[in-house]
Every structure is written in C-alpha cells, then in structure tokens.
Design a protein around this ligand. Sequence first.
Ligand SMILES: Cc1cc2nc3c(=O)[nH]c(=O)nc-3n(C[C@H](O)[C@H](O)[C@H](O)COP(=O)(O)OP(=O)(O)OC[C@H]3O[C@@H](n4cnc5c(N)ncnc54)[C@H](O)[C@@H]3O)c2cc1C
Length: 390
Amino acid sequence: MATNPAEVLALPKPAWAADEVGMLYDMAHRFMSEEIAPRYDEFEKNEMVDRECWLKAGAAGLLCASMPEEYGGSGGTFAHESAIIEAIGHVGVDGFGIGLHNSIVAPYILHYASEEQKKRWLPKLATGELIGAIAMTEPGAGSDLQGVKTRAEKDGNQYKVNGSKTFITNGQLANFIIVVTKTDPEKGAKGTSLIVVETDEVEGFERGRNLDKIGLKANDTSELFFNDMRVPTSNLLGHEEGQGFVQLMQQLPQERLQIGTGAIAMIERALALTIDYVKERKAFGKAIIEFQNTQFKLAELKTEATIGRVFYNDCVTRHINGGLDPATASMAKYWLSDLQGKVVDECLQLHGGYGYMNEYPIARMFRDARVQRIYGGTNEIMKLLIGRSL
Ligand SMILES: Cc1cc2nc3c(=O)[nH]c(=O)nc-3n(C[C@H](O)[C@H](O)[C@H](O)COP(=O)(O)OP(=O)(O)OC[C@H]3O[C@@H](n4cnc5c(N)ncnc54)[C@H](O)[C@@H]3O)c2cc1C
C-alpha cells in the first residue's frame, strides 16, 4: 500500500487539526483527487485552472473557510485554511491558487473593508464568482515595496490609477484585485494605499502576458497594466489614505506562514513517494532502500521534516491564538521553503534518471518548489526581518 503523506512522519496531530479541521482536510483531499488531479496535465498545458473548478471549490466549501458565516464563509480559522492547503500539497496540485485567495486576499477585506463592502464582496469570494489576487510587485519594485510607483490620484469620487504590476498570481483569472498604490508619493511608505479593483467594472485595466514560468505551470502569473483606470474612492481599504503599508505589515505574517504550509505538505509528499519508490526499485540485486546511503539520506530527511512539522504546528497554534510575531512567521517561510528545496532535491536524486522525467511526480515537485524561496518576500528578506528582531 502506498505511504500516506499525511502519516509519513507518524506524529501526533496538534489540537487545531482535530475533528472538523480533520474532516475538512479529508473533504479537500477528496475534492483535489477527484476534481483537480485528473485534469491537472490539461491545466498545466493551459497554464491555468478552469474557472469552473473555482466555482466547484466554492460550492464544496473550500473558499473562504476562515471567513465569518455572515459573509458567506464557513466561520473557521487559519487551521481550516491550513487543512485545505495541506490537501492541495499532499495530492500534488500545487498550482491551484485558492490558498492566496482564501488566506491572503479575503482577510484584507474582512479586516479593512467597510461593512457594506464585506457584505458585497466576501460572499462572492466564497462562491468563486470573484477570484482574488494581490498586486504588490512592479517591474522596478519587488523586495523594496516602498519603491512602488503605481499612482492613484483622487479625482472627485474616483481614483485615477496609472502604473503596472508583474508576477501577479491568479493574474489572468482574477476579477478582484487588491492593488498597492501610492496616493501620496512624497510620503513614501506613509503615502501607500490599498485599492480594490473590480476588473469587470473598470475601464483602463489591461492584463499582460500569462508569464512563462519554470514551475507551478497550472497557475496563471501575469503582468497587469493600469492606464487612467478609474476606481471609486470607496474602494480604498481602510478609513483613510496612507494606511497601506501598515495593513501589508499586519497581513504578511499569515501569507508567510501559508507558504510554510505548502512547504511542509510537499515535503511530506516527497518523502512518502520516495519511500515507496526506493522499496520498489532494484539495483545490484537488491531494493534501493537496502543501501545504507539511502537509509541514511531518508533518515536525515525524515528527521528534518519532523522538526519542520513540529515547528509549523507550533506556529499555527500561536497564529490562531493571535501570538505569531512577524519574525517567527518569517522563520517559518524561509526555513520551511529552504527545507522543501533540499528534501525535494534529495528525493529526486534517489529516483535516479526517472526523477528527471516529467511523468514522475517528483520532477514536477522539483520545478514547483523553487519559487517558494522567492515569492512572499525572498528568503534573504526574511532573514533581514528576523535580524531586525534580534
Ligand atoms: C511565481 C511567482 C508568483 C508571484 N506572485 C506574486 C503576487 O501574487 N503578488 C505580488 O505582488 N508579487 C508576486 N510575486 C513577486 C515576488 O513576491 C517577488 O518576485 C519577490 O518579492 C522578489 O522581488 P523581485 O523579483 O523584484 O526581486 P529583487 O527585489 O530584484 O531581488 C533580487 C535578489 O536580490 C535580493 N535582495 C533584494 N534586496 C535585498 C536586501 N535588502 N538584502 C539582501 N538581498 C536582497 C533578493 O533576495 C533576490 O535574491 C510572485 C513571484 C513569482 C515568481
């Protein structure tokens, strides 16, 4: 019987993963296995997952699981979001970008939109009628977010927005985009504001290329252009301009933890697949697992994965109790994504030449893992943030 990624580390489940979170994991796992995995090659070829799958995910309760029920969500916590992202990683459909929609885009609305906007937007984010994205990065400003140039100028009851963004996840499908703008360029970070763009309702919005990436092929990643784009001033997040940087700093820890979720889930899948492979494959008359090198390598990887999982579980416990500080969230992002790269690379090595063949899942994992060290703030930036806390 195939090794189960969810059980490969044989650790006790943390309290937050019990009962209904466990049931949500099982349901999400079934959904990803039945609805997404069978069509995943097609999605990789199309470089995006069908909009229909988003609607199905919404109908199955996999969108906005941590949003309050009064706004169409399921009333859960980050533990529920973790269960869904873990299911995606364990099934191996990492390009299905609902994690960003659920635990990055929706929380900005919950925390900073007006009551009327929450009632208008969150239910549609929960059904998948609205697909979310967040547009921070620009061609000239990635790590240095203060360097954002996209300008939003007030003109009556509208903002006139000019500028461009790049590398935006869900950028082809998204019709609900939180855009990082400068409302007062003189003020630097204090002149930064977040503005919601409902792309179906504005003029002057244009999508660029669906960018050709080395991995995460099933996810659309795009350039976006704003040419005198008109957005109602009421789409500003927060009560006043200039709050954008503070809002980003408040929400980025969850984004970083969520990258850790994807990392630990892929680590567990890589281990499970590799343990099965080395038991099956033979060389010099014996199974690969019988070589001491294989056992030592897998022993090291399982040990590090166990340390990673215990650390991750603790971060989630702290986060749902409101106590995950930004430096620890940065540690989770950097250390778990570094470990993911190492584990996937070593596991590929244990597959020999087959590991380099796209028909083996470890090959796709190798390609998909690489970006985890780059997006959400590069791992170098994570170390800067940790350094500042010393
Ligand atoms: C697949 C993909 C999806 C993405 N999705 C999104 C998205 O949805 N929304 C969004 O806004 N962005 C997204 N991004 C952008 C991503 O967050 C940025 O690429 C990332 O923050 C790095 O910015 P940059 O590419 O401009 O690199 P740069 O900032 O140019 O960095 C280049 C190198 O310099 C290093 N560096 C920079 N500053 C320092 C410093 N002070 N000290 C030490 N080293 C430093 C970096 O670590 C890196 O190694 C995505 C990127 C990719 C590849």
